[in-house]
Design a protein around this ligand. Structure first.
Ligand code: ATP
Ligand code: MG
Length: 424
């Protein structure tokens, strides 16, 4: 451990002050005026040094959360595991966290070595050592322009290397989500993870099973909804984490890979995205396999509900799926056969369904890997593009065949064996 931090002035580190968010500078400045130490820290400093626009600006300080609140009356104290202050500026929130001790000192661990509580305040130096990766532990004072490096983060940034502070195995045992974070930063920054992390991934995958599904849903969103989904999926799908986190999704699935790329393109174009669509895509292959298996013994709507129920229940024990997103996935799935069959009487109802667009997007991805779907996909593309030709398009559809299964005709009768319904 170096005796003192490496200190770099503005001319040496090259951070351009225009890239630094003015509200975060105000938070640091007012804390310093009140007699506290305060710095920008973590991802924002890393990204500023790399020349990226940071996603958010976090502040670290020796002021306790209550003291932060005394400086900023409007600050809200949040979090249980980490108590931090949120200082709001309109729609922007600056997170202010108090320096904490390194993990081994005063941190409560459970029997497997996982951190249970982490609210022991510490010094700036201790705060640096308790962070996950060297590149995430750089401190920048935007008032005097000085950058502090206690852990060799600048060297690893130069080498484009993701390395833990301290022993990899210990840091993963304390918090297995850090392994997933390593893969996330690998994808986001296009850095290499160091060999000790690659070697620890089997152990990490095993330990991830003890992490709450709610926390893994937060990580899911960070992995796949911040513009580097394709790279993140590629990184995860070749590791043992894949089988633990996505047991129902084939790692080589072309539809998933296309969907991830598509999500990145939508984010780059400022179009909306939703975890519901990704869940529908990730589980699609397993859903349709289950549906096929169930079809011989059940009428199609019942088979669809059982298949959806089974797979969503299974996946959500690992990664929580909030109800609105599981409903979204179900609706997108149940529209798939309807989009392909195109019963003339149902066309308008399908087209005005609130999940039509998402269902059409999934059909497009499926059609890219299955030629048999081209015709239906092209038909819907033309249907949307040209309202004047809609009647002709419907008129040209083949006459629907009479359902072979007599049970299908019992319309309106709800199956009693199934828990919840699909489309409203
Ligand atoms: P992003 O650009 O995605 O926001 P980030 O590095 O800012 O990346 P956050 O999840 O916002 O990531 O976390 C902020 C900082 O908090 C990190 O840079 C790191 O220093 C520290 N940190 C976050 N999660 C952990 C963890 N599980 N263990 C140790 N330190 C962590
Ligand atoms: Mg951040």
């Amino acid at each position: 451990m170096p005796p003192s931090p490496r200190r770099l002035g503005p001319a040496e580190h090259g951070i351009r002050t225009e890239g630094v968010d003015a509200n975060s500078v105000e938070v640091v400045g007012r804390l310093q005026e009140a007699g506290f130490h305060a710095y920008l820290v973590g991802g924002c400093v890393r990204d500023l040094l790399l020349g990226f626009a940071p996603k958010d600006f976090d502040v670290a300080t020796d002021a306790t959360p209550e003291e932060v609140k005394s400086v900023f009356r409007r600050a809200r104290l949040v979090g249980r595991r980490f108590r931090i202050a949120h200082v709001r500026f309109g729609r922007e929130i600056i997170e202010v966290s108090t320096f904490r001790k390194a993990e081994s000192e005063g941190v409560e661990l459970d029997s497997t070595g996982m951190i249970v509580s982490d609210n022991q305040f510490g010094s700036l130096e201790e705060d640096a050592w308790r962070r996950d990766f060297t590149i995430n532990a750089l401190y920048y004072d935007p008032i005097d322009g000085e950058l502090l490096d206690y852990v060799g983060g600048l060297e690893d940034l130069r080498k484009r290397r993701i390395a833990f502070i301290g022993a990899t195995s210990v840091r993963i045992a304390e918090d297995p989500v850090r392994a997933l974070r390593a893969l996330r930063f690998q994808a986001k920054l296009q850095f290499d993870i160091c060999a000790s992390i690659s070697n620890a991934l089997t152990d990490a995958a095993h330990r991830l099973q003890a992490v709450s599904s709610a926390r893994l849903f937060e990580e899911f969103n960070k992995l796949f909804l911040l513009g580097y989904a394709h790279a993140a999926w590629q990184a995860i799908s070749v590791t043992p984490l894949h089988r633990i986190l996505f047991p129902c999704t084939p790692p080589q699935s072309e539809v998933v890979s296309l969907a991830m790329r598509n999500t990145d393109e939508r984010i780059a174009a400022d179009k909306p995205t939703t975890p519901g669509f990704l869940i529908a895509v990730l589980l699609w292959q397993d859903y349709s396999a289950r549906l096929n298996a169930l079809s011989s013994g059940h009428p199609p709507p019942v088979a669809a509900e059982i298949a959806a129920e089974q797979i969503l229940a299974h996946q959500s024990t690992i990664i929580a799926i909030p109800r609105r997103f599981s409903l979204f996935a179900r609706e997108v799935w149940t529209l798939q056969p309807r989009l392909v069959e195109r019963q003339p009487r149902s066309i308008d109802r399908i087209y005005t369904h609130k999940r039509f667009r998402a269902a059409y997007d999934l059909l497009e991805l499926r059609a890219k890997v299955d030629d048999a779907l081209h015709e239906a996909f092209d038909w819907w593309t033309r249907y949307q593009a040209d309202p004047a030709s809609r009647d002709a398009l419907i008129g040209a559809l083949p006459i629907p065949t009479t359902p072979r299964n007599p049970r299908r005709r019992r319309r309106g009768k709800k199956p009693s064996a199934v828990v919840s319904s699909t489309a409203p």
